[in-house]
Design a binder for this molecule. Structure first.
Ligand SMILES: [Zn+2]
Length: 146
């Protein structure tokens, strides 16, 4: 019998990204004007478009760092924090094809002093926390491209 040693992984926000390889964010795209959205919208947000037909799409996993900041203050619930609280860096990354800005935490272990606006960033999935049953709750993050 096959032994399953891999822990169960679930997305922190169901429906916002896929954990099936290749792991990607799920947005949607207006069928009328072609604009992309993340998180998904129910009708097009383009002020020059009245599109109501949108299709789910996987978003690109590479972009350029547009801005970033480090948070030294523990946000209130529903934010789940390691205890004691560990400051984390938030990056806003510009996806070139979708022309979308996507915010996310920077992966653990990256020195914010090494980040530079305009550098290439890759989307990765990282465990945000593990619950009492051992299930890993996963979120998307940004990592400087190798
Ligand atoms: Zn539209």
């Amino acid at each position: 019998m096959e032994q399953k040693t891999e822990k169960k992984k679930v997305p922190v926000v169901p429906g916002w990204f896929s954990l099936d390889p290749p792991e990607r964010l799920i947005g949607n795209r207006c069928k009328t004007c072609g604009d992309f959205f993340f998180p998904k919208v129910i009708s097009c947000r383009n002020p020059n478009c009245r599109g109501t037909e949108l299709e789910d799409v996987f978003l690109g996993t590479k972009g350029k760092l547009w801005s970033f900041t480090t948070n030294f203050y523990q946000p209130p619930a529903p934010y789940v924090s390691p205890l004691p609280f560990v400051p984390y860096t938030i990056a806003v990354v510009d996806l070139p094809v979708e022309k979308l800005m996507v915010a996310g935490q920077v992966v653990k272990g990256v020195d914010p002093d090494k980040l530079r606006v305009g550098m290439e960033m890759d989307l990765v999935m990282e465990t945000l926390y593990e619950d009492a049953e051992g299930t890993e709750h996963v979120i998307w993050k940004w990592k400087p491209a190798a």
